[in-house]
Every structure is written in structure tokens, then in C-alpha cells.
Design a protein around this ligand. Structure first.
Ligand SMILES: [Zn+2]
Length: 193
């Protein structure tokens, strides 16, 4: 089976394009953590947010996008920066994910979320998916796999050798039904204000 995302929904690799990313090592290279720097900084390593670093706390300042509460205002998110000694001298910095507290080197954010580690975003995405249409998709995909096919509503459904035509017809109907329900519920929830 192609990929390891078993339900046919887009995986992290596809979704990462939609996220702003801030990498702690890139900020260090750009001197953001230098003690001589004061006040608000703009770094090419993080074009999506203005930065302020003081005493182990990095503040990320960004505009709240249109269509959201307080659109156009500046949101400020504070992230703890830690450092561990490197084997050959010097220090390497880390973020503490503001959401789960894990030590990470990158944080991500899209229009709907605040900065958090990759794992937090993935978990949020999964539970969101599983709460509505995701479960129906998964059921449909399990039926597709049982027929020896691929996941996804666009994949062809082919009758396996030896399967009775009526059985195949009923299974195809069931798959289409589940997928239609999933799409309807997804469309309904995305058009909700
Ligand atoms: Zn996290």
C-alpha cells in the first residue's frame, strides 16, 4: 500500500505546505538570541512573525488573519527557549512546545492555530478528522482494502476474482454511501460560520 497514512486523508507531508515554520537553529544562526539585540526583531528565518527575545523567552508576534476574531490585531505568543551544551563546545537552542512542553527544534502554525510542535498539530488534526467524516472515510477505506483496492474516494473499485457480483455490488454501494456521507458532513461543517 502506498504511504503509511491508512485512511486516505492527506498526511503531514501534504499539509506542511500550509504551515508557517520557525526553526530554532535558523534563529540562532541569524543572531536572534544574541544578548546585544534588543526589542522587536525581524528575521528572514521567520518571515511570518516579528520576534522579541529576552531572558529565555521568545515572543512571536503575528497579525490575526481575516475571518477570525480580532482580525488585524497583533497576537503575541511566548515560547520558552532552552539550550543544551554541544559535545564540541558551544550550545544548541531548543524550543519548549507551548502546547505540550516537549523539547523541539521547530514550531508550526497555520491560520487557524497558534505555534506548536508538529506532533501537536498532527494530533489536533487527527482528532478533528476522527470526530466527523474521518470515521466514515476510514470505514469506506477498510472496505476498499478488503477488495484489494487503494484508499481514497477517487480510487477505482475492482471486483476481486471469485467474488459474487451481488456481493460486489452491495459492497460498492456501501462504500459510496459512506463516502457521500463523509463528504456531506465535511462540507456542512466547513460552511458553518
Ligand atoms: Zn507540542
Amino acid at each position: 500500500m502506498a504511504g503509511n497514512d491508512q485512511s486516505g486523508r492527506p498526511g503531514w507531508r501534504e499539509r506542511i505546505e500550509d504551515y508557517s515554520r520557525v526553526d530554532v537553529k535558523a534563529l540562532k544562526r541569524d543572531g536572534v538570541f544574541d544578548t546585544m539585540r534588543r526589542g522587536i526583531q525581524i528575521s528572514p528565518a521567520c518571515p511570518e512573525a516579528a520576534l522579541e527575545y529576552r531572558a529565555g523567552i521568545l515572543s512571536l508576534l503575528y497579525l490575526i488573519p481575516e475571518g477570525h476574531r480580532n482580525a488585524g490585531e497583533v497576537a503575541k505568543q511566548r515560547v520558552t527557549v532552552e539550550s543544551t551544551p554541544c559535545r564540541f563546545g558551544g550550545f544548541r537552542p531548543w524550543f519548549r512546545c507551548p502546547s505540550c512542553g516537549r523539547r523541539v527544534s521547530s514550531l508550526f502554525k497555520d491560520d487557524e492555530t497558534r505555534f506548536a510542535c508538529r506532533r501537536c498539530h498532527d494530533l489536533a488534526y487527527r482528532s478533528q478528522c476522527e470526530s466527523w467524516s474521518g470515521r466514515r472515510y476510514l470505514k469506506a477505506n477498510k472496505l476498499r482494502w478488503s477488495l484489494g483496492g487503494e484508499a481514497g474516494a477517487m480510487s477505482p473499485i475492482v471486483r476481486p476474482k471469485g467474488m459474487h457480483e451481488n456481493t460486489f455490488f452491495m459492497l460498492t454501494l456501501k462504500i459510496r454511501e459512506l463516502e457521500a456521507a463523509a463528504i456531506t458532513s465535511m462540507a456542512a461543517s466547513s460552511s458553518r460560520p
